[in-house]
Structures are given as structure tokens and as C-alpha cells.
Design a protein around this ligand. Structure first.
Ligand code: G3I
Length: 353
């Protein structure tokens, strides 16, 4: 009897030590304190936002208010959200974000006028001729840009027009409008709001030299033809395995255009291989922090006139598109599920030093 009590005491003691040692490992990293990125960064720092989160989650609003001076609608300004049927525009959600920003005196970046995703059925089923397609294309761009004129200071005019091999993506827009639809999108947007800064937004700069070259060649062509373009959005949906060199090359190659550079959708996945049993460790958190530091440091080294800003793609890990899209555990953002700053946040601070 006494033997079994001793054994129980021994086992529970061992278990307690094991748990404590694990807690000690997890709490090893220092807590991050900051007055807010927008006060520390010399360039705008922001996030894309979900309108429902903004409306319903106080802690979300508080973090956004404290940290950011530039916001992007994650979904509320996309074609399908704003223009659900041919003769109907829906402004309510996007206007909510614009008035939130106005109350805080912070910037709104518009995302995105023309993309091959998030299209309403009336577009994907549209049966008009080339002139009808051109008219609906121009009408959407100019109606949306006009509605937000003076509130949305910059736009992702076209999103993701290239394939990773540098060829033009065979999208519904390219099929019905021809290869030069990208240039005309910029012209139509500029006509509607000559003061708006017009960006071309893309992903993959950090892993595809063909795409980097295609984007920069397009910029050169636009400059030669007098097509109004002011900036490049580098989405930078990347991961902790991506090399520092590739991340830095992506930013510096885009900057060769002389345009404003926006790291427009930054997140750093820790589970690119979809490991369903992966757990977040201090080691992974520290590797992610190092990558945030590399990206922020490289961006901060650009000429001030070219630093349009850094925008993460939403705020806390639980809000990230990655978890739902790939159905996997992941922790890609600077804030955790409870909006506490992670080591990644410290990595951003370190990159700003
Ligand atoms: O709002 C509807 C809801 O009413 C419905 O019940 C639900 C179920 O179908 O869908 C909801 O809409 C979803 C929307 O996100 C809002 O949550 C869409 O299905 C879903 O496709 C959409 O995903 C977004 C995706 O773009 C496609 O638009 C992601 O949140 C968003 O993070 C992602 O962002 C893109 C950028 O715009 C462009 N760069 C890549 C990036 C990641 O894919």
C-alpha cells in the first residue's frame, strides 16, 4: 500500500516537473510592449480588416486603433462585394470601413478593382459582346473610384494578372477585353480620380524571377506609353522557410521601377507543408520573427519616397485566411489568437530600429 502511494507521488512529481519545464520553455520569450507600430514606423503600417470583426470585436478594434495608420478592406471592396448584380452597388460595408478610418484620421487603401476572383455570377455568366464587356469593365471601375473619391487615396487597380512563369494570366478579363485590359483599367481609374495613387498588386515576387521581370517590364511599358501607374503592391504571402535573399530581392527588384512599394498582404506561414499535427513552438515563433525583421528591414532601407507602407493580411492569427483556405493549423500574423503581440511583432520592431 505504502509502495503504491510512493509510486503515485513520484509519478505526479515527475509529471509536474515535465509540465513546468514545458511552461518555462513557452514563457521563455519576453512579452512585447509597444505604444503602437504607427508611432514607431517611419512609414504607414497597417492591416487588412474584416468588417464583421471590426463591428463586433472590441479587442480587434482596439488593436487596430492602437497599432495602424493604414487599413485595407480584406473583402468589402472586391467586385462581388460592391457590385453584386449589374445594376446594383452595395456600399454599406465598405463605407463602414471608410468612416472608421475617417474617425481615426488614418489611410484607406482600396482592394481591388479588377481581379479574376470574387466575381459575382452576373459577371461570370455575362454574355455580351466585346463592347458590352468594355462598358461594364469601365463602368465598374469608374463608379467605384468615383464613390470613394477623397476617401480611398490609393487602389489596387488590377490584382494578380500574371502567372508565375511571367505570362499574362488567362482570366475572364483577358479573354473578353484582350491583353491590354490592365493598361485600360489604370486609365479608367485615373480618369475617375486623378488624385488617387494607382497600384498593380501581385504575389510571388519572392519566389518567381519570371514574375518579377514581367511586372517590371509592364511598368516600363506603361511609363513609355504614359499609362498612369504610381505603385506596386507586393502581397508577400510568404513562409518562414523562404530565404532572406529572396525576400530582399523581391523588394529591391520592385523598387528598381522607381514606383511606390507597398508590402500589401504580408503574412508568414509556419506550416506551408500542411502538417495537421503541427503545434506552435518558441523555436518556430523565433524563426518567424526573424523573417518579419528581414522584410521590414529591407523595406525600411528603400528611399523614403518609395515606402508606401507595410500591410499585414488581417490582424490576429485566428483571422488569417490561411487557416480556413488550407484547413491547417497556422500562425502567420504578428498577433496571436487573443491579439497579444507575438515574437513576430518584436521582429517588426527590430526591423524598424
Ligand atoms: O461573406 C460570405 C458569407 O456570407 C458566406 O456564408 C461564406 C461561405 O461561403 O463566404 C463568405 O465570403 C467569403 C469571404 O472570404 C468572406 O469571408 C468567401 O467565400 C471567401 O472566398 C473569401 O475569401 C477571401 C479570398 O481573398 C477570396 O476573395 C479571403 O477572406 C481573403 O483573405 C483573400 O484575400 C486574397 C486577396 O484578396 C488577394 N491576394 C490573395 C489573398 C488570399 O487569397
Amino acid at each position: 500500500m505504502i509502495k503504491s502511494i510512493w509510486l503515485f507521488l513520484l509519478l505526479s512529481t515527475l509529471l509536474l516537473i515535465a509540465c513546468n519545464s514545458k511552461n518555462e520553455v513557452l514563457s521563455e520569450l519576453p512579452l512585447v510592449e509597444s505604444k503602437g507600430l504607427k508611432y514607431i514606423s517611419p512609414f504607414p503600417f497597417g492591416a487588412s480588416l474584416g468588417i464583421n470583426l471590426l463591428k463586433t470585436k472590441v479587442v480587434y478594434r482596439n488593436v487596430v486603433t492602437k497599432e495602424f495608420n493604414s487599413i485595407t478592406a480584406e473583402n468589402a471592396m472586391k467586385f462581388g462585394a460592391l457590385h453584386p448584380s449589374e445594376n446594383t452597388y452595395f456600399w454599406t460595408e465598405a463605407d463602414y470601413l471608410v468612416s472608421f478610418a475617417k474617425n481615426l484620421g488614418i489611410r484607406v487603401h482600396g482592394h481591388t478593382l479588377i481581379w479574376h476572383n470574387s466575381l459575382p455570377l452576373w459577371i461570370t455568366n455575362f454574355q455580351g459582346d466585346a463592347i458590352a464587356w468594355e462598358n461594364l469593365f469601365k463602368a465598374h471601375i469608374q463608379t467605384v473610384v468615383t464613390h470613394f473619391k477623397g476617401s480611398v487615396v490609393s487602389w489596387d487597380v488590377v490584382n494578380e494578372a500574371f502567372n508565375d512563369d511571367g505570362t499574362l494570366r488567362n482570366t475572364i478579363w483577358q479573354q473578353h477585353l484582350g491583353n491590354d485590359y490592365v493598361a485600360r483599367a489604370f486609365q479608367y481609374a485615373h480618369e475617375a480620380d486623378p488624385d488617387a495613387l494607382l497600384f498593380y498588386n501581385e504575389y510571388g515576387h519572392e519566389y518567381s524571377s519570371a514574375k518579377r521581370t514581367a511586372v517590371n517590364n509592364m511598368v516600363s511599358d506603361f511609363k513609355t506609353r504614359g499609362i498612369p501607374i504610381h505603385g506596386l503592391g507586393l502581397q508577400m504571402h510568404t513562409n518562414h522557410i523562404q530565404s532572406d535573399a529572396n525576400l530582399i530581392t523581391a523588394i529591391n527588384t520592385a523598387a528598381l521601377t522607381g514606383l511606390k512599394i507597398h508590402i500589401s498582404e504580408l503574412d508568414i506561414s509556419l506550416n506551408k507543408d500542411n502538417n495537421q499535427s503541427l503545434t506552435l513552438t518558441d523555436a518556430l515563433a523565433v524563426l518567424q520573427a526573424a523573417k518579419y525583421k528581414v522584410i521590414v528591414k529591407a523595406f525600411a532601407a528603400l528611399p523614403a519616397t518609395q515606402r508606401y507602407g507595410i500591410t499585414t493580411w488581417n490582424v490576429g492569427d485566428a483571422d488569417s485566411w490561411i487557416r480556413g483556405t488550407y484547413n491547417r493549423p497556422d500562425w502567420p500574423l504578428p498577433f496571436d489568437d487573443n491579439y497579444n503581440p507575438k515574437p513576430a511583432y518584436q521582429g517588426i520592431l527590430d526591423g524598424l530600429k
